[in-house]
Design a protein around this ligand. Structure first.
Ligand code: HAM
Length: 489
């Protein structure tokens, strides 16, 4: 009973580009396109199955389901945080002229292996990789920068005036060790500027993020460093490896592996025993070329100009391979809880990524912020300062008594909504007392009350919530009267 429909997707997307995964990922000219569309099957529910599902659930079928480890739900009570964060991000994107980009969750795994690099935790341990039904190795995006670079190349965005500034918001997936502030599905908000080598791009991104945190009343510090060019790093790595080899016996197991696998990450180790060794380690700043040093100095000058507090952090290297020059991270300040230990966001320059993915050279910079961590930080500050975040604000409350009143209220609510008034109501409560309690919680200045009598008379009661004074007005005039009272006319 199934029919197969082949859905054409993008023109030119019909050739099969089979990307071998771990082997053969060294071809520099590979272009990464989006994943081929799949054949969509029409599912027809058979009659007998339908019949079965109508039967009452037997005891043995009553099982409940939990979340997959590291995943989490975002419940309606969280909405006020998520909404405010999204609107803040969107407002800043508009103001600083970042255009919205949305890319798919599934990408060719090779895109990420090439971009983030083998030897990084994300590629080696955390990516959700699987074979699609047509044999393509795909992954659930662990971040969005590689996809943004892919989109920039694939859609010829280098033809547009440069740089191209884009922002995106969406879920990312990393099979991380679940712990506070670490999820396997988490949301990121990102801003990317592709097509400019100018240090102003790095500074602008930091300024956008700094404004974002200020708008949300989160005090932050920016930790910043430069990891220079590939050549700078090559010279530095030799020094770093020599130094760490000489300390090998004092290192944690991970660091011993990192010496040959991913030496820059030695500086990122959190293990207690490695801290004194890290403190004495050579610092990359001493290995930077004049041009790289100048780039960093210029970024810092811009930040000074805007009085943005930053901390030069020589051990900051970031965990992804595509970075060059400036790297930075944001941490909350003034919090005494564990929340302050994890970065709220981070980013940097990635001058070689677009070229690495087969595009024309396009120096770039970007940053991503972790939404769950930002929500936890807001909550931690609220707890520490004994403050609360109110939910959405409404203009008035509408209470009803009786069946006929309920259906009339539905009609009036619609009219008031069209008139631009934000009205709170609850059609599932029948007692006036409980509805007035709700109205008080919303802290509205006025409540409309509609009972059977008012339905018959075509009127409504307007109650001033502060004085308790009530007046009766014609239902046709509610909008005008309320708007006048709220000075919205
Ligand atoms: P990232 O440092 O890997 O950078 O992630 C950015 C932020 O995402 C982190 O600072 C953190 O707030 C959040 N985050 C990361 N992993 C998790 C997790 N497992 N659970 C919860 N939150 C998490 C990037 O992803 C780069 N794409 C940033 C960038 C954009 N660089 C250039 N452009």
């Amino acid at each position: 009973m199934t029919t197969k429909t082949k859905i054409p997707f993008f023109n030119g997307m019909t050739t099969k580009t089979k990307i071998p995964f771990f082997n053969g990922m060294t071809d520099k000219n590979t272009n990464y396109n989006m994943i081929k569309p799949k054949i969509v099957k029409k599912i027809v529910v058979k009659k007998e199955e339908k019949k079965k599902s109508d039967k009452p659930v037997s005891e043995k079928n009553k099982r409940t389901y939990n979340l997959i480890k590291g995943m989490h739900d975002i419940l309606p009570k969280e909405e006020k945080y998520w909404k405010k964060i999204f609107h803040t991000a969107e407002g800043l994107a508009e103001y600083f002229q970042f255009g919205r980009l949305d890319t798919p969750i599934l990408e060719e795994a090779g895109l990420y292996v090439r971009s983030l690099g083998r030897g990084t935790d994300v590629v080696d341990k955390e990516m959700y990789v699987f074979e699609d039904r047509d044999g393509t190795k795909v992954c659930m995006r662990p971040e969005g920068t590689a996809a943004a670079a892919r989109a920039y190349i694939m859609h010829g965005l280098w033809n547009n005036p440069q740089p191209v500034k884009m922002w995106y918001w969406g879920p990312m997936f990393r099979h991380d060790r679940p712990q506070a502030g670490r999820y396997r599905q988490f949301y990121q908000l990102s801003y990317e500027t592709i097509g400019s080598p100018d240090p102003i791009a790095d500074a602008e991104l930091i300024i956008v993020a700094y404004n974002f945190f200020q708008d949300l009343n989160i005090p932050v510090e920016v930790r910043i460093n430069s990891i220079g060019t590939t050549e700078d790093r090559q010279r530095y790595k030799t020094e770093l490896i020599n130094y760490y080899r000489s300390k090998r016996s004092y290192l944690c197991e991970d660091c011993r592996q990192r010496i040959s696998k991913n030496s820059m990450r030695l500086l990122d180790c959190k293990a207690e025993q490695c801290q004194p060794i890290k403190e004495e380690a050579p610092q990359i700043i001493d290995w930077l070329s004049e041009a790289s040093k100048n780039h960093l100095m210029k970024v810092l000058e811009y930040l000074d100009e805007l009085s943005i507090p930053y901390v030069l952090t020589p051990t900051l290297v970031r965990g992804l391979d595509y970075y060059t020059h400036t790297v930075f991270e944001f941490y909350a300040t003034g919090l005494t809880t564990e929340t302050a230990q994890s970065a709220l966001g981070g980013g940097g320059r990635y001058d070689l990524l677009v070229e690495e993915l087969g595009g024309k050279p396009a120096p770039a910079a970007g940053l991503s912020l972790g939404i769950e961590r930002i929500v936890s930080t807001i909550k931690a500050f609220n707890e520490q300062n004994k403050t609360t975040w109110s939910g959405p604000t409404v203009d008035i409350f509408f209470a009803q008594l009786g069946d006929r009143a309920k259906s009339r209220v539905l009609k009036l609510l619609n009219e008031l909504r069209r008139g631009g008034l934000k009205v709170a109501f609850n059609l599932y409560k029948s007692s006036l007392k409980s509805q007035m309690e709700l109205a008080n919680n919303y802290k509205v200045p006025y409540t409309l009350i509609l009972g059977q009598k008012e339905v018959q008379e075509g009127s409504v009661i307007i109650r001033d919530m502060e004085s308790g004074v009530q007046e009766i007005v014609d239902q046709k005039k509610i909008e005008a009267v309320i708007k006048k009272k709220l000075h919205k006319d």
